[in-house]
Design a protein around this ligand. Structure first.
Ligand code: CAA
Length: 255
């Protein structure tokens, strides 16, 4: 498939996926979702990367769902539109490898929701986050109402979504939505630095830790512990054995 909006690039074990529709501030249209679905399929099947970085071209990460596409939807169409976006972002969230959002600018509406479906968010100092849907007489439709309270707490999320006011990178960091803030010119370097660190660790350990945390957070605590111990045990089959031996033999592990 030839991508028109997505630009995938490989840097060894690290993939960078750039959303490239800068004239519309990378607004998410149906072609974007078709391409993302295909890309996720390839990543799941071929496993080309250990870590993926998602970013946007130009002054936006993503300025939201494409309002020009949404304006003609009736209620039944909006239900399908929301369902499709929710499902594809869920597929991104449950990708076995970690995904780092390098938020280079506007992350509004569906853009903020896309960033929230990633595992870790690093923001440029000039990034602006927000769920401005209420300004349009709408509410978030790509699971923002569900992910934001889990990430920053219900009170903060209610203030954020009900006011529709944007939040700058420092405030998003203070609230815990983003895990780092960088000068714009350093954002990708910082994202790569973190990606390389993660990619150097036990690949199955990284995948399994993500899976256990992602699944466990929605489970009863003791069910989460059950999940943890089963994956903890799995790691002793091969990778953990090598990692522990390497430590004791004072050498780098051979994953
Ligand atoms: N959908 C479609 N087009 C968009 C867009 C969007 N979400 N955001 C920006 N664009 C387009 C603009 O229409 C404009 O196109 P033209 O040049 O053809 O007029 C182009 O991108 C540049 O935008 P602006 O001229 O507005 O740029 P600006 O720098 O003056 O303002 C902005 C930037 C503050 C981000 C402003 O564009 C804006 O407010 N965008 C809309 C943000 C928004 O409301 N997002 C939520 C969408 S709803 C949603 O996402 C629902 C959901 O959860 C599923």
């Amino acid at each position: 498939m030839d991508y028109q909006i997505l630009k995938p690039q490989s840097f060894g074990d690290i993939g960078v996926l750039t959303i490239s529709r800068p004239k519309s501030l990378n607004a998410l249209n149906s072609l974007f979702f078709t391409e993302l679905l295909h890309f996720l399929d390839v990543v799941n099947t071929d496993e080309p990367y250990r870590v993926l970085i998602l970013t946007g071209e130009g002054k936006a990460f993503v300025a939201g769902a494409d309002i020009a596409e949404m304006v003609d939807l009736d209620s039944a169409g909006a239900l399908r539109f929301s369902e499709k976006g929710q499902q594809i972002l869920l597929m991104l969230e449950i990708l076995p490898i970690p995904v780092i959002a390098a938020v280079n600018g506007y992350a509004l509406g569906g853009g903020c929701e896309l960033a929230m479906a990633c595992d870790i968010r690093l923001a440029s100092e000039n990034a602006l986050f927000g769920q401005p849907e209420v300004n349009l007489g709408l509410i978030p439709g790509y699971a923002g109402t569900q992910r934001l309270p889990r990430l920053i707490g219900l009170g903060n999320a209610l203030k954020w979504i009900l006011s529709g006011e944007p939040v700058d990178a420092r405030e998003a960091y203070r609230l815990g939505l983003v895990q780092g803030v960088s000068p714009p010119e350093k954002l990708m370097d910082d994202a790569f630095k973190l990606a390389r660190t993660i990619a150097s660790r036990g690949p199955d350990a990284v995948k399994h830790a993500k899976r256990v945390m992602r699944k466990g957070i929605d489970l009863h605590f003791e069910k989460g512990m059950d999940l943890e111990k089963s994956y903890f045990a799995k790691q002793f089959e091969k990778e953990g054995e090598e990692g522990m031996k390497a430590f004791l033999e004072k050498r780098k592990p051979n994953w």
